[in-house]
Design a protein around this ligand. Structure first.
Ligand SMILES: C[S@@+](CC[C@H](N)C(=O)[O-])C[C@H]1O[C@@H](n2cnc3c(N)ncnc32)[C@H](O)[C@@H]1O
Length: 273
């Protein structure tokens, strides 16, 4: 499938999820067996204290694999940009942290997700939030305009990660921080096995290998690069789904165990650029 075809498929999938959430059901990510239960990737990412202040639809629409705002340093008055903001959960949490003198932008390409996010903003009544329509490969903001870039399992979906990282670098102010959650693969995994696991992970497929991620960040100019695992995925989490797809789970276990993880990826744009 062409890069444009992949993008259209992603839009369609997330558009449907946004409509499901808007009509009161749970958005579904990944394989059918994981759906409707505690999905090991997307469940329990936020504290009760964090979710208490948010509309239910923002919490139900959460399809990330981490909690970037919990790990990112966000200061009052700063400008934050969330790449692939979905139903807006991390944008609304960031807006609380940067306060009324700061601003939180959400960027998403899926119209239905933007409508859901804007409705969630309306329900919370926050004014220092703006949801933008666009692609993370072509960020609709000027150079040097953002203090912190966050993202929650979206960069791994992009077919052009070099472009996304270059765009993140461009819009960050000198000294600005890149602080994202993403699915990362540790070490080599045979392509066929990777495909099976990615099918299970579903919403968050397309992960970069850890060293490749570091290299790509350094190539566009970032420094102080760090990849911190936040959740490891185990073959037993995927057993039911993989078995249903005809995969011999015990045979692939040694190639999968300890290889797939959610990670918090940090980097900094140099102060003098
Ligand atoms: C896995 S969901 C994550 C949503 C949100 N970050 C969260 O934690 O709930 C992916 C979101 O990214 C958006 N997205 C995927 N690829 C994108 C791209 N290339 N440009 C802009 N948005 C994109 C989708 O529309 C969807 O809303």
């Amino acid at each position: 499938m062409s890069a444009e075809g992949v993008k259209e498929t992603i839009k369609e999938k997330y558009g449907q999820i946004a409509l499901q959430v808007g009509s009161g059901s749970k958005g579904c990510c990944g394989s059918a067996p994981a759906c409707g239960r505690d999905d090991p990737i997307t469940a329990n990412l936020y504290t009760a204290h964090e979710t208490a202040s948010l509309p239910t639809e923002a919490v139900v629409a959460s399809l990330g694999c981490g909690n970037p705002t919990a790990l990112a340093q966000l200061n009052p008055g700063e400008t934050v940009l969330d790449l692939g903001s979905g139903g807006g959960i991390d944008v609304l949490l960031s807006a609380q942290r940067v306060g009324p003198t700061g601003k939180a932008y959400g960027l998403d390409m899926t119209e239905e997700m933007l409508a859901l996010a804007r409705e969630n903003q309306r329900k919370t009544g926050v004014e220092n939030v703006e949801f933008l329509q666009g692609e993370i490969e072509q960020i609709p903001l000027p150079d040097h305009s953002v203090d912190v870039i966050i993202s929650n399992c979206v960069i791994n979906l992009s077919g052009d990660k070099d472009r996304v990282l270059a765009e993140a670098f461009r819009v960050l102010k000198p000294g600005g921080r890149f602080a994202v959650s993403d699915v990362v693969v540790r070490g080599e995994v045979p392509a066929s096995i990777r495909r099976h696991v990615e099918l299970w992970i579903g919403c968050v497929a397309g992960a970069l290998e850890e060293e490749e991620y570091r290299t790509k960040l350094a190539q566009v100019g970032f420094e102080e690069i760090d990849v911190e695992p936040t959740r490891m995925y185990h073959v037993d989490d995927a057993r039911e789904s993989l078995t249903q797809s005809g995969v011999d789970v015990d045979a692939i276990a040694p190639y999968v165990e300890g290889k797939f993880m959610s990670a918090f990826v940090r980097a900094r744009k140099p102060s003098a650029v």
